[in-house]
Write a protein that binds this ligand. Structure first.
Ligand code: KIV
Ligand code: ZN
Length: 503
């Protein structure tokens, strides 16, 4: 059985989804989860594109163990030098360099002839090899390139030292049979192809990214580039969970698998949704809310008799387990810490103390505490945003006969400020009070509230998106009281905006 490598680009191509930008701490959280998921390569960013990308690659190199860490670089000396600067402390590192090979791109965007592009590709692969043995080359817009020329470029970059050649369907133009044919052709027309891994990078403009990637595997590809939840430029990239579960479920057909720990899929998907604010559609394969919901009576009847009648994937195999009671009011600090470690959280002593204090408070309010509650509780500790504004207390009045009003006390750089405001509803009144204390000029783009587990005593989680001077941030808050959760989310977002402004 062949082992297909999983190259995750959630932090690079995924971050190119509109509105998906992540801060350094969030990227580290995602990278750690990707390591638990067992991806082979993490494309941690595009080092030269911004100081933020550079810093996050550097930190991921030293803080995340397991996968190869990779940086994207255009086929330019300065890009490759910068990628190396960011990567050099990683135990396992890769430089991924690219240049277009389609006539459309060469003529209108790069203004290069085919021969100039080929020469540049070869020189830059050699330059990258001067730093590291693991070099990947991508001929951008490969699927709209003339195949003869594409194969010539691939052969030349392998001779120059590329150990992976990646075929991007940059604009999501190809269809499975054609894409599979292009990959098969590499084995016939690229003489030295046995010296490199064939990789594919498919975009989803026609909804075919996963199908194209699987067709490539059938035709000899050994690496799939993909993202959690399929996020990415425009319609997104090949979805990691779909490609991986297709290979796992149909091993009989592909005679191939990956080394992904599929039980981490659900958690990875939820984390990326939470951090990017990009929700998955309910009917999305594998990670959509309805992916395992059987509605038709005849299906339910079959399932009750024998699961395999209508279920091709066991929900537990992707880590989708029924909310499990994990801890309660009487659980101690040790049990709490053990559960956190099992869930993959590594907290400092101080973070642990704060999280435990919040856990105890929550346990007083809520009889049963589930993994999801702990996740919500802890992610606030892990976000590490300096708290310029801190919620001290909040009182709201509302109801059918009262005009909603909120009185809030915030600590602002050591000073307590109190304000009372009225609004259309309790959240509106609370937000008006916070806005008047912080004097924010930001615009509220999105306000979402959901319950984390079932029951009326469940934690409510609120996510808000704020925009100020072209900067967008997402803030979160969780509490058994959704007005308090709303206040926390707004304050968290305002703290993030302040941090961004300072940067
Ligand atoms: O879609 C694309 O062509 C890319 C390359 C940089 C690999 O993302
Ligand atoms: Zn791409």
């Amino acid at each position: 059985m062949r082992l297909i490598k999983i190259f995750d680009t959630t932090l690079r191509d995924g971050e190119q989804s509109p509105g998906a930008s992540m801060n350094v701490d969030e990227k580290i959280q995602v990278a750690k989860q990707l390591a638990r998921l067992g991806v082979d390569v993490i494309e941690a960013g595009f080092a030269i594109s911004s100081p933020g990308d550079f810093d996050s690659i550097r930190r991921i190199c030293t803080e995340v163990e397991g996968p190869i860490i990779c940086s994207l670089a255009r086929a330019k000396t300065e890009d490759i030098d910068r990628a190396w600067e960011a990567l050099k402390d990683a135990p396992k590192k890769r430089i991924h360099t690219f240049i277009s090979t389609s006539d459309i791109h060469l003529k209108y965007q790069f203004r290069l002839t085919r021969q100039e592009a080929l020469r540049r590709a070869v020189e830059m692969v050699k330059h990258a090899r001067g730093y590291v043995d693991d070099v990947e080359f991508s001929p951008m817009d490969a699927t709209r390139s003339e195949p003869g020329y594409l194969y010539e470029v691939l052969e030349a970059v392998i001779d120059a030292g590329a150990s992976t050649v990646n075929i991007p369907d940059t604009v999501g133009y190809s269809i499975p049979e054609e894409f599979g044919g292009l990959i098969k052709g590499m084995q016939r027309h690229v003489k030295n192809i046995d010296r490199a891994v064939i990789s594919v990078h498919c975009h989803n403009d026609l909804g075919l990214a996963v199908a194209n990637s699987l067709s490539a595997v059938m035709n000899g590809a050994g690496q799939i580039e993909c993202t959690i939840n399929g996020i990415g430029e425009r319609a997104g990239n090949c979805s990691l969970e779909e490609a991986v579960m297709a290979l796992r479920t149909r091993r009989d057909l592909f005679d191939a698998d990956t080394k992904i720990n599929t039980e981490e899929i659900t958690r990875s998907s939820r984390l990326v949704t939470k951090i990017t604010g990009i929700s998955v559609q309910p009917n999305k394969a594998i990670v959509g809310a309805n992916a395992f919901a059987h509605e038709a009576g005849i299906h339910q009847d079959g399932l009750l008799k024998e699961k395999s009648t209508y279920e091709i994937i066991r929900p537990e195999s992707i880590g989708l387990v029924q909310a499990k009671l994990v801890l309660g009011k009487h659980s101690g600090r040790h049990a709490f810490k053990t559960r956190l470690n099992e869930m993959g959280f590594e907290l400092s002593e101080d973070e642990l103390n704060k999280a435990f204090e919040r856990f105890k408070r929550l346990a007083d309010q809520k009889k049963e505490i589930f993994d999801e509650d702990i996740e919500a509780l802890v992610s606030e500790e892990v976000s590490k945003i300096p708290e310029v504004y801190k919620l001290k207390d909040l009182t709201v009045t509302s109801g059918t006969t009262k005009h909603p009003a909120a009185t809030i006390r915030l600590e602002v750089e050591g000073r307590i400020i109190k304000k009372t405001k009225q609004g259309d509803g309790p959240v509106d009144a609370t937000y008006k009070a916070i806005a008047s204390i912080t004097d924010t000029k930001s615009r509220l783009l999105k306000f979402e509230v959901k319950s984390i587990t079932g029951g009326t005593d469940a934690l409510g989680e609120v996510a808000v998106s704020l925009e100020e001077d072209g900067r967008t941030v997402r803030g979160y808050g969780a509490d058994t009281d959704i007005i308090v959760a709303s206040a926390k989310a707004y304050i968290n977002a305002l703290n993030k905006l302040t941090a961004k402004r300072k940067q």
